[in-house]
Design a protein around this ligand. Structure first.
Ligand SMILES: [Zn+2]
Length: 284
């Protein structure tokens, strides 16, 4: 009898001990997660983000290295400075304004633009030539900045790696483990991996940011209508701007609904067509 009690006590002691060790391990990881978690990911929106901003920037820089090796950055400081100027107007009123963003034109006939985690936005000259005013460009940049604000690619990484990513990053301020992930995941996944909901969200925030930056929100509608008119087969793999998923008419409908919630004066805001046409005439 006595012996059995002793065994039971021992069992409880051992397992309580184990339980505590396991618990304290989880607690340490959870505590670490809370340090980087709960980031603003949109207007009035917060999400648990386990990858810190420095880690995200390190991941982005790896992708940027690959992009700038494969693509040609437009060698015209006037156009790139103009992109940065319009981009910074959008950034100032976005929900993640403290990140250091860069905006660059890529010389190519691709009718596209894309965002890399960590604040890097690229627009192809092929798309810039299709646009008619600065409000449409602000809509493009707003859409891309929104992907970065909403951490769409970062959330996808978290989904794939989940708890193991958290443990790997638990080492502290090291950025190399996060950067190493890129080798496994590849830039393609980061750039390609937007869902239908991600695209609707980027349209929604992008429309809001362009409006807050002082542009007519009609720029987004005009941009989407331009895509609708273009040959759909010309879309590239990088972004879903021209892709059929989600269908462009659905995107236009949602954006028009959103604009309906803005004050009527929103549509009287300028589109800065003259300035835009000047810049466009410089494009090769
Ligand atoms: Zn997008």
């Amino acid at each position: 009898m006595r012996g059995r009690v002793s065994v039971a006590r021992q069992f409880r002691r051992v397992h309580r001990g184990r339980g505590w060790r396991l618990y304290s391990g989880v607690a340490a990881v959870v505590a670490l997660a809370l340090v980087v978690a709960c980031a603003t990911t949109g207007p009035g929106k917060r999400d648990i983000i386990l990858i810190s901003t420095p880690q995200e920037v390190a991941i982005g820089q790896q992708v940027v290295g690959q992009v700038e090796q494969e693509e040609r950055v437009l060698n015209d400081p006037v156009v790139n400075a103009y992109l940065s100027r319009v981009g910074s107007r959008v950034v100032q009123v976005c929900d993640r304004p403290k990140l250091a963003y860069t905006f660059k034109a890529l010389e190519s006939d691709e009718i596209n633009a894309f965002a890399v985690p960590g604040g890097f936005v690229y627009v192809y000259t092929g798309l810039m030539k299709e646009l008619g005013n600065e409000a449409q460009l602000a809509a493009v940049l707003g859409h891309e900045v929104a992907h970065i604000v909403a951490r769409h690619s970062i959330k996808k990484l978290q989904q794939i790696y989940g708890y193991s990513l958290l443990l790997e990053l638990a080492g502290g301020k090291e950025i190399s483990p996060a950067a190493r992930l890129i080798a496994d995941v590849g830039a393609t996944l980061i750039l390609q991996g937007y869902s239908r909901d991600n695209e609707f969200e980027a349209d929604e925030y992008g429309t809001l940011y362009a409006y807050r930056a002082g542009y007519t929100p009609d720029g987004m509608v005009e941009l989407l209508e331009t895509f609708q008119d273009l040959d759909q087969s010309r879309h590239t793999f990088i972004e879903q701007l021209l892709a059929t998923h989600p269908p462009v008419p659905d995107r236009i409908e949602r954006v028009e609904e959103e604009i309906g919630t803005f004050p009527a004066s929103a549509l009287t805001l300028p589109d800065h067509a003259a300035e835009y046409v000047d810049i466009r005439s410089r494009l090769p």
